[in-house]
Design a protein around this ligand. Structure first.
Ligand code: LLP
Length: 430
């Protein structure tokens, strides 16, 4: 039997006429569990993590998985067991990390709108660091910590005003962005932090955007961050750790981001040159750890030839795979069982009642009704942004580990969807 790897997708290969993830045949999984179905490769996640670990070999680094990319308990468990920390953005994220076996002291808490209740719970749990995004937040956090007789460990998120050259919705380090403290106000903010009794300064951080495919914006951010660290320390405030955020892109459509190990070799050379190579470093990668570890399996419901377009209507939709509708994102779509006949061109669309419900435009496919397809690069920001739009239950998730396929989330039922709802006048049952 011939084996044919998919370019840029090391965990996916055709064996004969069947697509496999690790040693699991995807069409068999689809038949057993139904579609749409998310399938993740543990091996691919650990390989992605290993690239970062190689790049940081011999350094003092804490890799915090940005779990917003994929917050499934079974995925968090993989990274917790591999020794990662976690970048969270809500109290709910924290609960997930703790439920999956992650340690509170390895959690960093990002986000522009942390509530007092979330701060209190995170302080109680003993998280490692709050990445504070504004002066107002700093004051509130100090208050909350003091009311608990604690000092909150804090890093100020800097907005370094660097253009990451990515989609505007996922650029976060530019001047007009809601994120972080403006470069010019950072020193002042640290000086204020140093006077607040409920605050203990432990670090500095930045995050310039997501799906970044060039090295230059990262290298620019290093310089700007190190300039600030020098200024803050010259003002007598020690900065123990430097956190460079996440953002490294993946290959969706022939994209060629630097590999994590190469990027970090170059970043570390810059840090070394400025005497910061032995600092405690942190990073917050999300997409680059899980994006290409996942696929979404889907069935072709109908083919609908048209005068201007042919439509291939599948059973996955924008509620399962929101990235095309939200960012005009491209995900490759491949058959689980390729056919030899000549292809046609299709718009691949879901069943939702919106023209925005498309998964791929103008795709060349040889398909028939009932065929199974895989939407690639679906490990990041797909299930984490999935919704119940059109009363569609969220898809199940399977974690593949070699020969084993573990169900890490069951398909959401209508009872699950309606559990919190009540008809007016109905007697409460709980
Ligand atoms: N740290 C912070 C503070 C972040 O805001 C993010 C992502 C990350 C780390 C992780 O970034 P990554 O390594 O995954 O690029 N839904 C969008 C992406 C939104 C990213 C939000 N922040 C998408 O589907 O492309």
């Amino acid at each position: 039997m011939t084996t044919q790897n998919l370019p840029g997708q090391p965990h996916l290969a055709y064996r004969g006429n069947e697509l496999f993830t690790e040693n699991i045949c995807l069409s068999e999984l689809a038949k057993e569990h139904g579609t749409p179905l998310f399938v993740y490769s543990k091996g691919a996640m650990l390989a992605a993590l290993a690239a970062y670990q190689r790049g940081f070999a011999g350094r003092n680094v804490q890799i915090c998985y940005a779990m917003k990319a994929n917050p499934a308990l079974g995925v968090i468990q993989v990274f917790a067991e591999a020794g990662c920390g976690f970048d969270i953005v809500s109290g709910g994220d924290m609960d997930r990390v703790l439920a999956a076996g992650g340690r509170a002291e390895n959690i960093i808490f990002s986000g522009v709108g942390k509530t007092r209740a979330e701060m209190r719970r995170a302080l109680q749990a003993g998280i490692g660091c709050f990445n504070v995004e504004s002066e107002a937040e700093l004051e509130v956090l100090s208050d909350v910590a003091l009311s608990m007789d604690l000092r909150a460990p804090v890093s100020i998120r800097v907005n370094p005003n660097v253009d990451p050259k990515t989609h505007p919705y996922i650029s976060t380090g530019l001047k007009g962005s809601k994120f972080g403290v403006a470069h010019e106000r950072v020193l002042q903010t640290y000086q204020r932090a140093a006077t607040l009794a409920g605050i203990r300064v432990v670090g500095i951080d930045c995050h310039i955007g997501s799906q970044i495919t060039q090295e230059a914006p990262y290298l620019d951010a290093v310089d700007r961050m190190l300039d600030l660290v020098e200024a803050i320390e010259a003002a007598g405030i020690p900065v123990d750790h430097i956190d460079f955020g996440g953002g490294l892109g993946i290959n969706y459509n022939g994209d060629t981001p630097p590999s994590a190990d190469r990027l970090w070799e170059n970043m570390l050379a810059k840090l070394d040159a400025r005497g910061f190579g032995q600092r405690q470093l942190m990073i917050e990668p999300g997409r680059s750890l899980v994006g290409n570890a996942g696929v979404c399996l889907t069935e072709v419901l109908y083919l609908k030839p048209g005068e201007q377009k042919n439509f291939c209507i599948i059973d996955a939709a924008m509620n399962d795979l929101p990235r095309p509708a939200m960012y005009q994102a491209f995900h490759q779509i491949v058959p689980l069982n390729p056919r030899p006949e000549a292809p046609d061109t299709y718009d691949v669309v879901g069943p939702i009642c919106e023209s925005g419900d498309w998964i791929g435009h103008d795709r060349t496919l040889t398909v028939q009704q009932g065929d199974l397809l895989a939407v690639l690069s679906a490990g990041a920001y797909c299930m984490s942004m999935a919704s119940n739009y059109n009363s569609r239950g969220r898809a199940p998730e399977i974690l593949v580990d070699g020969e084993q396929a573990h169900v890490i989330r069951q398909r959401e039922t209508m009872a699950d969807q309606m559990r919190q709802e009540r008809l007016v006048g109905a007697t409460p049952t709980t």
